[in-house]
Ligand binder design. Structure first.
Ligand code: SAH
Length: 467
C-alpha cells in the first residue's frame, strides 16, 4: 500500500493571523477559506479584487513586510508578481511560518484540503494535489452525509462535558452516553428547533445514563454473515463500532473483525473442526465475566447466530447471570449459498419448503426422515457435512432416495473465493472429486437442478483438480 506524503493535522489559528499575499481571485479564494476560522485575516497586495469588498479582512495596500509574518499562523502566497512572490516566500521562511504557494506544490509546506465545515467539526480531504476534482467530489458526498446540525451537536456535547464527567465515570458507560447523545433522534430534532430545547433533551438523556451507569454490561450476539464485509447488516456494523470487546469465532474472517472499533479488545474463541481451542462452557463463562464488567461485548458468530451457533447455551448462561443481551440476525451460509448458485430453495411445484440441518452426527432416523422430506419436495440445506458427504449420501439412498437426486455443493459461500459444484447422490457415494478447502453447504433436492453451477462434480472427472 502506498503511503501518505502528508500528515493531516488541525492547526490552531485562534488569536493569530492568517496572512494572504496577493489580491486576485486565488487570493480571494484563500481569504474565504481563512474566514471559516476565527483567525484575523490580513491581505496584503497593491490592489484587491472587488470580491474582497464586504469581507471581514484587514487589508493593506502595498507589499508584504517582515512584521506581517510575526504573528501569522499560516501564509498563503497568491500573487502573480514573481518578485513579490519570491520576497514573500523568503520572509515566510525566515519567520518560520508554514507556507502555501498557490499552484506551486514544490514550494508549499502544506496543501489546502477541501473542507467540510460544521464547526467545531471539520473534515479535510486532501489528495496531495493528485486529484483535486476527486477530493471535491468526496467533499460533496460528506456534505450530504452530515446533518446541518452536526456542528451544533458537537458544541452541545462540548458544553455538557464537565457535567458528564461528574456524573458518569470514564470508560464504556461514558462512551455509551455520548454514543446515544449523537444517535438521539430527539436531540437532533430539538436542535432543528432551538439549542436550549436540545440541551433539555440532552440533559434528560444524561440523567437516564447516569442512573444506568452502574448497571451491568450487555452482550450482543451478532451474526457476521458468511464472511464478506458487505454482507454484514448495518446494525451489526454499528454494534461492532460500539464494542468494548469482540469475541469471535474462527469462521469469521479478519476483514469483518477489523470493522470493529479500533480500540476494542478482540478475543478469538475459534472452534475449528477437530481442534477445540476453547470449550463452549469456557466461552459461556467468558461472556458472563465480560458482561459483569459493564462492558459492551459483541459476540460475533458466522452466518446467523441462531443457526448452528450454540446460541442457546450462551443465552442461558447470560440469563442465569442476569446479564442483558440482544440478538442481531445475519445472513446464514445456506442462504448465501443459495444466492451464489442461484438455487431457488423453494419453488412452486418443485420444492414446497427448505430444511436447514446438520449432516454431522445425524443418526439413521434423521436420515430416513430427510430422505422422505426430500422425496416429497423439500430442499435440504446441510451444514457441517463436507467430511461426511459420502456416508450421508449412501444413507439417504439406503433410505429410499433416488441415486440421481441432484446435489449442489457451495464452498466459501458469500465470499469472493466461492466454489459451486453440481453432483448427484450417486456421485457423492463414489466420491473422489476435489474442491477447495473451506466451509461448505450441501443442497439436496430437485430444486438444485434449477440452479446455476460452475462445476460438474462426478467421479468421472475425479482426477481433474478443480481450482
Ligand atoms: N451460524 C452459521 C453456521 C455455523 S456452523 C451460519 O448461520 O451460517 C458451521 C458450518 O456452517 C460449516 O461447517 C458450514 O457448513 C457452514 N458455513 C459457515 N460459513 C460458511 C460459508 N461461508 N460457506 C459455506 N458454508 C459455511
Amino acid at each position: 500500500m502506498s503511503k501518505l506524503s502528508v500528515f493531516p493535522v488541525s492547526m490552531k489559528v485562534a488569536g493569530r493571523s492568517i496572512l494572504i499575499v496577493g489580491g486576485g481571485i486565488e487570493a480571494l479564494n484563500k481569504a474565504r477559506l481563512a474566514l471559516k476560522t476565527d483567525a484575523r485575516v490580513l491581505v496584503v497586495a497593491p490592489e484587491l479584487d472587488a470580491g474582497f469588498d464586504g469581507l471581514n479582512v484587514r487589508r493593506r495596500a502595498g507589499s508584504a513586510e517582515a512584521a506581517d509574518f510575526e504573528d501569522a499562523a499560516l501564509v498563503f502566497v497568491a500573487t502573480e508578481d514573481d518578485a513579490a512572490r519570491d520576497r514573500a516566500i523568503a520572509m515566510a521562511r525566515a519567520a518560520g511560518v508554514p507556507l502555501n504557494v498557490v499552484d506551486q506544490p514544490d514550494l508549499c509546506d502544506f496543501y489546502t484540503p477541501a473542507i467540510v465545515d460544521r464547526a467545531p467539526i471539520s473534515v479535510a480531504i486532501s489528495s496531495e494535489g493528485a486529484a483535486p476534482v476527486l477530493a471535491r467530489t468526496i467533499r460533496a458526498q460528506i456534505e450530504a452525509l452530515l446533518s446541518p446540525n452536526t456542528g451544533a451537536l458537537a458544541a452541545l456535547a462540548g458544553q455538557l462535558r464537565v457535567r458528564v464527567e461528574s456524573l458518569i465515570e470514564a470508560g464504556p458507560a461514558r462512551r455509551r452516553f455520548y454514543e446515544s447523545l449523537i444517535g438521539s433522534g430527539r436531540v437532533e430534532s430539538a436542535l432543528s428547533a432551538s439549542v436550549p430545547a436540545a440541551r433539555r433533551e440532552a440533559l434528560r438523556l444524561l440523567n437516564e445514563h447516569a442512573g444506568l451507569a452502574n448497571a451491568k454490561g450487555i452482550v450482543s450476539l451478532v451474526g457476521a454473515g458468511p464472511g464478506s464485509e458487505d454482507l454484514l447488516t448495518i446494525r451489526a456494523q454499528r454494534l461492532l463500532q460500539e464494542a468494548d470487546v469482540i469475541v469471535h469465532d474462527q469462521l469469521v474472517p479478519d476483514g469483518v473483525i477489523e470493522m470493529g472499533r479500533r480500540d476494542a479488545r478482540r478475543i478469538p474463541v475459534g472452534k475449528a473442526k477437530g481442534k477445540h481451542s476453547v470449550s463452549q462452557s469456557e466461552i459461556n463463562d467468558l461472556l458472563v465475566d465480560l458482561g459483569k464488567k459493564n462492558l459492551h461485548v459483541v459476540r460475533l458468530k458466522s452466518g446467523d447466530p441462531m443457526v448452528f451457533g450454540r446460541a442457546h447455551e450462551e443465552l442461558e448462561a447470560l440469563r442465569k447471570a442476569g446479564i442483558a443481551y440482544q440478538i442481531v440476525p445475519g445472513v446464514t451460509s445456506a442462504l448465501a449459498a443459495a444466492a451464489d448458485s442461484a438455487t431457488p430453495v423453494t419453488l412452486r411445484g418443485v420444492a414446497s419448503g427448505v430444511v436447514f440441518a446438520t449432516a454431522h452426527g445425524a443418526d439413521d432416523g434423521e436420515l430416513n426422515h430427510w430422505a422422505a422430506l426430500a422425496k416429497g419436495g423439500v430442499t435440504l440445506g446441510l451444514y457441517m457435512g463436507k467430511s461426511v458427504m459420502a456416508r450421508t449420501a449412501r444413507a439417504l439412498i439406503a433410505n429410499g432416495m433416488g441415486a440421481d437426486m441432484p446435489v449442489g455443493v457451495v464452498v466459501n459461500a458469500g465470499r469472493s473465493d466461492r466454489f459451486t459444484g453440481l453432483a448427484s447422490l450417486r456421485n457423492l457415494v463414489e466420491g473422489g472429486f476435489s474442491m477447495p478447502d473451506g466451509p461448505a453447504i450441501i443442497f439436496i433436492g430437485h430444486s438444485v437442478a434449477k440452479g446455476e453451477w460452475e462445476h460438474l462434480l462426478s467421479a468421472r472427472n475425479a482426477q481433474q483438480k478443480v481450482a
